[in-house]
Design a protein around this ligand. Structure first.
Ligand code: SF4
Length: 416
């Protein structure tokens, strides 16, 4: 490991970090260096948000401190028994790389995670040192997201929150059963205990800053977590309910999903093939329905197949819910409350708000809707407009073929 230069380490440790999906840089406070103070910004000119074709954010320097680990989680390519090339950055190397990438305008911040070396506390100390040096020694004002280690001393996790915009702890598997089977050295209770500690610290800080302007910040972009999808037997229903419970109990900003990707020399307890990437996408759509469309988690679960507990892959969960609740449609776009307009498949939040504004002045017809959505034909069975009432369509036994989008080829998660 010691003969590797920084470039080689970067190659290994950036590649090893790609399995972590939780890198979106949203929701933090405004900091900038445009007046000549400090370096870096969380917004403004010259900062580009780039996304890979699969939707992952790539505008952060996203690396591991090391891909060595004393744990042996079955699903992880960096586990102790894995036969991968190992590398390790020093804290100083990560600081220098972040500053160099930032000055070249390649990135807007840092996403730092790590395998566990020596002990959870030692690893956490190294992670905290990177963030401390960036903030205190270099006045770095860009975005920092730190993965924290649930078993580490709470004081170290607290220090991470002092320097980072966002902190996260991966719950890893949707069920305790899955965690015990695939990551036996991890404890669901310890993970949730650490998340509860972060929630309390974030809430205390928000309270203190409401009263004292100069109270120190703590993870202003909140905490998030990630679940691996498809490595265990958890259904989409299990996953949606678990995510919902995490949002409620720990005030998470985001739950990220990462479709399990088979790894070299995989353990026999893992599935042989990856789940369809569309499964991850449908779970993100479910997450969106709960956070922005007023759906209860139970309603999203009701859209899943009653026997398998899985959401359909060929249609989105909102359409699946609508097809199972035909009695709630058609919805009159000129009279229905916002909550019901949001239930119409194919109508997004912006389109619904535009309808609410426009209908104050006149009654809306299909031509008005056509200006707000990409396919009014698919919406028609679900709505009533000034010039449209879908009598025959809403009585039809099976309207699914009329409203389901045509099938597209499934993309590979890390395909070449
Ligand atoms: S602790 Fe993290 S890095 Fe180590 S094997 Fe488990 S998932 Fe991988």
């Amino acid at each position: 490991m010691s003969q590797l230069d920084v470039r080689q380490k970067l190659e290994i440790l950036a590649d090893a970090a790609k399995y972590d999906a939780s890198c979106a840089s949203s929701g933090t406070v405004k900091r900038d260096s445009s007046k000549g103070k400090g370096i870096g910004s969380t917004e403004g000119m010259g900062i580009c948000h780039a996304y890979a074709p699969d939707g992952r954010c790539i505008s952060l320097l996203k690396i591991l401190l090391t891909n060595s680990c004393i744990f042996d989680c079955h699903y992880c390519i960096n586990r102790k028994s894995s036969n991968v090339r190992r590398a390790r950055f020093t804290a100083r190397e990560v600081v220098d790389l972040t500053l160099a990438f930032y000055r070249r305008n390649y990135i807007e911040g840092l996403f730092l995670s790590s395998g566990i070396i020596r002990s959870s506390d030692y690893t956490m100390e190294q992670i905290v040192e990177v963030a401390r040096a960036l903030r205190e020694d270099h006045d770095f004002r860009g975005y920092i997201h730190l993965k924290t280690i649930p078993d580490a001393d709470p004081e170290l996790i607290h220090q991470a929150g002092r320097h980072a915009d966002r902190v996260s702890i991966n719950v890893e598997l949707p069920t305790e059963r899955g965690l015990k089977r695939l990551a036996p050295e991890k404890s669901g209770a310890r993970i949730e205990g650490a998340m509860a500690g972060l929630r309390a610290a974030i809430a205390d800080t928000a309270d203190a800053r409401g009263r004292y302007r100069h109270a120190p910040d703590f993870a202003p972009a909140g905490q998030s977590t990630q679940m691996i999808v498809g490595a265990d037997a958890a259904t989409d229903g299990d996953i949606v309910m678990r995510a919902n419970s995490l949002y409620d109990r720990f005030a998470l900003r985001r739950v990220y999903y990462s479709a399990f990707s088979p790894i070299p020399d995989a353990s026999a307890v893992l599935p042989l093939s990856r789940p369809p990437l569309m499964r991850e996408h449908r779970l993100y759509q479910s997450d969106w329905l709960i956070r922005f469309y007023g759906f209860a988690a139970e309603e999203v679960v009701a859209a899943a197949d009653g026997e398998t507990g899985m959401l359909p892959l060929d249609i989105d969960p909102k359409l699946a819910w609508a097809l199972k609740h035909r009695d709630r449609f058609p919805v009159d776009i000129n009279r229905a409350p916002r909550a019901m307009l949001l239930r119409i498949p194919g109508l997004g939040v912006k389109a619904v708000d535009a309808i609410l504004t426009a209908r104050r002045w006149r009654r809306l017809g299909l031509a008005d809707l056509a200006r707000l959505t990409s396919s009014v034909a698919r919406l028609r069975p679900f709505l009533i407009a000034e010039d449209w009432r879908p009598v025959a369509l809403s009585d039809a036994a099976d309207i699914r073929p009329l409203v389901a989008p045509r099938r597209r080829q499934q993309l590979e998660l890390f395909g070449a």
